[in-house]
Design a protein. Structure first.
Length: 126
């Protein structure tokens, strides 16, 4: 995805790595994939801050698109917080073990990632 935004390397991937499990496993936070998608929107609309009007418009556009993405995601999946989406608490002794053993990441999280990548491409007009 970073290539489509004119970025290179894996730095962008690492920038969102702590979004696993919401944000650093704090599952009451939004889905990490959704948070990462919002980071992508900010990068998509980045511009020179010296042009204050252009920067203001870019921030407004990024916020509007982020809000749209959140609302569409909620309509599609019924929630946007990690815990509400996956139904397993990582803070429980067996929660993360269940997450891995039952393949919840592959069954659920992967669908969220795919959906968001598709929407980001669609929003870019690609």
């Amino acid at each position: 995805m970073w290539e489509s935004e004119g970025l290179g390397g894996e730095d962008v991937l690492w920038a969102s790595t702590a979004f696993n499990g919401g944000i650093a496993g704090q599952q009451q936070a939004p889905c990490g994939a959704l948070s990462s998608a919002v980071v992508c929107l900010g990068l998509r609309h980045r511009c020179d801050r010296e042009d204050r009007e252009q920067a203001r418009q870019a921030r407004e556009t990024a916020r509007r698109e982020a809000n749209q993405l959140f609302e569409e995601f909620r309509r599609e999946f019924g929630a946007f917080s990690c815990i509400d989406l996956i139904g397993v608490r990582f803070s429980d002794a067996d929660g993360y073990r269940r997450f891995r053993e039952e393949g919840i990441g592959e069954k659920k999280c992967l669908n969220y990632v795919k959906y968001l990548i598709q929407r980001l491409y669609e929003m870019a007009g690609a």
